[in-house]
Design a protein around this ligand. Structure first.
Ligand code: HEC
Length: 94
């Protein structure tokens, strides 16, 4: 029974919490160029502590990543749902 539930979840992508390791790869590929992070503020604001310090809401963050913001392009077409989950899982560790 548990197996069936898990299979259904994976198929729907619904309860996949994401893997920080996979998310790190997504981040380096799509985000790092602008969001270098650390203390230096380059082109884009640092994302260190962005989610882990609890100042930002996750669904709002997903929306920004999907739709873009200001000079940031939208990633709706480039990231699958599971890549976005992985990315958020990684961002929670920053
Ligand atoms: C082309 C450069 C660029 C890329 C690539 C990029 N961003 Fe951004 N991002 C920006 C800029 C510039 C802003 C600031 C937008 C504004 O406030 O006008 C921003 C803002 C954000 C914000 C909101 C920050 C805030 O404090 O309002 C989040 C969250 C974010 N980006 C996440 C990501 C993630 C995750 C990725 C990778 C999927 C990514 N960005 C890729 C340039 C980029």
């Amino acid at each position: 029974m548990l197996f069936l539930i898990c299979t259904a979840c994976v198929a729907l992508g619904g309860c996949h919490r994401g893997s920080p390791d996979a998310g790190a790869i997504v981040y380096k590929r799509y985000c790092f160029g602008c969001h270098r992070g650390g203390t230096t503020q380059d082109f884009a604001p640092s994302l260190f502590g962005y989610l882990s310090e609890g100042k930002h809401n996750e669904s709002e963050t997903r929306r920004i990543i999907r739709d873009g913001k200001g000079n940031m392009p939208p990633f709706r077409k480039r990231l699958s749902r599971s890549e976005l989950n992985d990315l958020l899982a990684y961002m929670r560790t920053l």
